[in-house]
Design a protein around this ligand. Structure first.
Ligand SMILES: NC(=O)c1ccc[n+]([C@@H]2O[C@H](COP(=O)([O-])OP(=O)(O)OC[C@H]3O[C@@H](n4cnc5c(N)ncnc54)[C@H](OP(=O)(O)O)[C@@H]3O)[C@@H](O)[C@H]2O)c1
Length: 262
């Protein structure tokens, strides 16, 4: 199926990260024109070159730190200048760590929420009025299944994700009359250095091996395995494509059947 992404202008945050990079590759292969927002442009330049070879007609890299509103606004403006207009946003930046609830202090909570929840709020605030003005656009937030299935050792991420799902639901009402859609994608765990670190931490606390800690998580998934970044990216590509035009204010969970509600 042609997703209709050819020559669509898309902004991606978090492209230096695992899922953002995978999404960028999938979108480049569909012929989308891309702007990558990164704190350190040098970090994503090799990816930008790869995306051009994969089929992206244009790839711009814009410097932006989602921890600061002025930097975020400037980066979004730069992306619009580079691409001409924006047809969509894929927000894949930020990640929260875990821990035992009563050992996570205020400063750590603030850091976790800042990275994902507030960073995403800032980029939405910068992008939404532009999409409203042109009366079209699609937004996809990579959120996570922990909003619907909060693991006790990963509550900061779950809280950030719950907040983002509330924003998706509410903002859809605001954006819909202007032809703009917003949805979330909720992956379960995907193997990464961060995941491996979390498993080591949990294993050390629980007196088991990291493999046993991981098996405990995977036992909750009907498919008994993690998703690959490419599987997550395929869903991003669909959700940000014109093929998903009539879908808004909701989320798709891709977690191998961990969240059991339909
Ligand atoms: N991986 C999983 O298993 C999984 C599962 C469910 C949900 N998710 C969610 O999916 C998203 C992406 O996950 P991931 O595994 O790809 O994470 P990752 O590899 O750790 O990448 C995180 C990305 O966020 C960027 N970032 C962080 N703070 C930023 C800031 N202030 N300004 C701009 N960019 C910033 C990082 O940029 P720098 O390179 O500059 O640090 C990096 O590109 C996260 O929100 C995560 O919670 C992940």
């Amino acid at each position: 199926m042609d997703l209709g992404l050819h020559d669509q202008n898309l902004l991606i945050t978090g492209a230096s990260g695992m899922l953002g990079a995978a999404a960028a590759r999938a979108l480049a292969a569909e012929g989308a024109r891309l702007a990558l927002l990164a704190r350190d442009p040098a970090k994503v330049e090799p990816l930008a070159a790869e995306l051009r070879t994969l089929g992206a007609p244009q790839v711009a890299v814009v410097r932006g730190d989602l921890a600061q509103a002025t930097s975020t606004d400037a980066a979004v403006a730069q992306a619009v200048d580079a691409l001409g207009q924006l047809d969509g946003l894929v927000a894949a930046a930020g990640a929260a760590q875990g821990g035992v609830f009563w050992e996570i202090d205020d400063e750590a909570w603030q850091r976790h929420l800042e990275a994902k929840l507030f960073g995403t709020i800032r980029v939405l605030r910068a992008v939404a009025p532009r999409l409203i003005a042109q009366r079209s656009g699609r937004i996809v937030l990579i959120v996570g299944n922990s909003a619907k299935y909060p693991e006790p050792r990963m509550l900061p991420g779950a809280v950030a994700n719950s907040g983002l799902l509330a924003i998706v639901r509410g903002l859809a009402e605001e954006l819909g009359p202007h032809g703009v859609a917003i949805n979330a994608l909720n992956p379960g765990p995907v193997r990464s250095a961060r995941w491996d670190r979390q498993m080591r931490d949990i294993a050390a606390r629980d007196g088991v091996t990291p493999a046993q800690a991981e098996a405990g998580f995977l036992a909750k998934a009907a498919l008994r395995r993690m998703a690959t970044p490419e599987e997550v990216a395929a869903h991003v590509a669909f959700l940000v494509s014109p093929r998903a035009a009539h879908m808004t204010g909701t989320s798709v969970t891709i977690d191998g059947g961990t969240v059991k509600t339909p």
